[in-house]
Write a new protein. Structure first.
Length: 262
């Protein structure tokens, strides 16, 4: 069951029952759901308790896993990034990856059994269609190919008009890794798997976007859509934003600090 607090709770309380019914009746598509950023908190807690990280997990990851168990408060954009290694440690095997993918899909596409605490409306699904995006990771337990097919196996349990996959490419990747991920996305799409696009994501302070351009163009030529995280922070430069727009992306992610110069 989701918990709603703060401004979101205040906004929900301001709605009349007829407002809620109207909003629930509208068709909705979730097009920016990062798999590892959308895992229900209870799933993370259960994975942390039942599937502890290996003995060589460093103290920083272990400490963040403990934070996930007890609940975290995220006040700044940068607060979330340190949690990812802990989440990755908990989702480093095919069974754990299947579990989180299934739970994320269920959280979006199936109604909760009851509303959040403090509310009385009848829940409906969060959306009618979702494109989950995730960066394929090679671990001791699986290759990047296995990572993607594990996620796709869960996505494809839903019909095509309900769920699909976007392959995310992290700005911290080497060019060898970028090429591998794009090759996998193109090959899986050619096999008829439900891969619909490529995403440029990750820490906006990392990476040289020039390294990514030719690979994203290969994906676009193969029929994959392009979605680009752009202008996410006040430090994002006009030069980088213009270079990314030159890729002719189909969607922009965030774009919070695009200026009139664009």
């Amino acid at each position: 069951m989701a918990t709603i607090s703060g401004l979101a709770a205040a906004a929900l309380r301001s709605l009349s029952p007829s407002d809620i019914c109207f909003l629930q009746s509208l068709p909705k598509a979730e097009l920016h759901a990062h798999l590892n950023g959308s895992i229900p908190c209870q799933t993370l807690v259960e994975l942390a308790e039942d599937l502890p990280p290996s003995a060589d997990t460093n103290n920083k990851i272990t400490n963040n896993i403990e934070r996930l168990k007890s609940g975290v408060t995220l006040d700044e954009f940068s607060d979330f990034f340190p949690l990812f290694p802990a989440i990755y440690a908990l989702t480093s095997t095919p069974p754990a990856l299947s579990r989180v993918t299934r739970d994320v899909l269920d959280a979006f596409l199936k109604p909760s059994s009851e509303p959040p605490p403090g509310f009385t409306y009848t829940p409906t699904p969060e959306c009618d269609y979702i494109e989950i995006r995730t960066t394929p990771r090679a671990t001791a337990e699986m290759s990047r190919y296995t990572y993607l097919t594990t996620v796709l196996d869960e996505i494809e349990k839903y019909p095509p008009d309900q769920a699909a996959l976007i392959v995310s490419i992290d700005r911290r990747m080497t060019e060898v890794d970028i090429a591998e991920c794009v090759d996998l996305a193109i090959a899986l799409k050619a096999e008829g798997r439900r891969v619909v696009g490529l995403d440029l994501c990750g820490d906006p302070y990392k990476g040289d976007i020039a390294t990514f351009e030719k690979h994203f163009k290969r994906g676009k030529e193969a029929g994959l859509g392009l979605t680009i995280h752009i202008a996410e922070t006040r430090d994002s430069t006009v030069a980088e934003s213009l270079a990314l727009l030159d890729w002719r992306p189909d969607r922009l992610g965030h774009a919070t600090f695009l200026s009139e110069e664009h």
